[in-house]
Design a protein around this ligand. Sequence first.
Ligand SMILES: Cc1cc2nc3c(=O)[nH]c(=O)nc-3n(C[C@H](O)[C@H](O)[C@H](O)COP(=O)(O)O)c2cc1C
Length: 218
Amino acid sequence: MRKILISLGSLVLTFLLVCPNPIHSEELKEIKLLKPQMDGGRLLMQVLKDRHSSREFSTDELPLQVLSNLLWAAFGINRPDSGKRTAPSAVNWQNIDIYVAMTKGLYLYDAKSNILKPVLAEDIRAATGTQSFVKNVPVNLIYVADFSKIPRGTEEDKNFYSAAHTGFISQNVYLYCASEGLATVVRGLIDREAMSKVMKLRPDQKVMFAQSVGYPKK
Ligand SMILES: Cc1cc2nc3c(=O)[nH]c(=O)nc-3n(C[C@H](O)[C@H](O)[C@H](O)COP(=O)(O)O)c2cc1C
């Protein structure tokens, strides 16, 4: 009996060590995103003219098609043959993950499968920033750098590249929002330590920035 208990214990321990981001919520279901629509959007020069940050949001949810388009624009796969993305990354490291905090819970964008993987069945929107509006915005994107995907360099190098990678993704989101009449703001005012705890991140994952997205307040 003791032997069985010991092997069961080591089995659980192995699972916890091997599985880097265990799902803490069995009841939160995966969301199948829709095929991104590539035939929409306004003229690029008009979109650039309209790009801006805003901090006043409606609480209306984004339709699934809009959320799907938004995430694809942010960092989707635009060349399926190579798996390359809508934003560039040094050495094609692709080390930024987009977590999506919504009322239902926290999800991870899986660009390859075009799904949102469940991470936490909790509304963590309030923890995604120190500004009061963030708790009511329907979608808060959290850009998390995975340092394990950058095989060389100092901590400073990894931060430097990750910040640049996040900037490209964030600007894609800005442009999509300007094109679609959505409100958005990228945010550095976040308690990174608290957020990492809430999100149960690994030590080699680092919260870079967050970005709120919703319809403008009426
Ligand atoms: C790296 C970065 C961090 C930012 N952090 C915040 C933030 O924490 N909160 C906020 O309200 N705006 C934040 N902003 C938005 C800036 O305040 C905004 O871009 C700036 O005022 C210029 O306005 P515009 O984006 O409308 O051109 C940030 C912008 C950048 C690029």
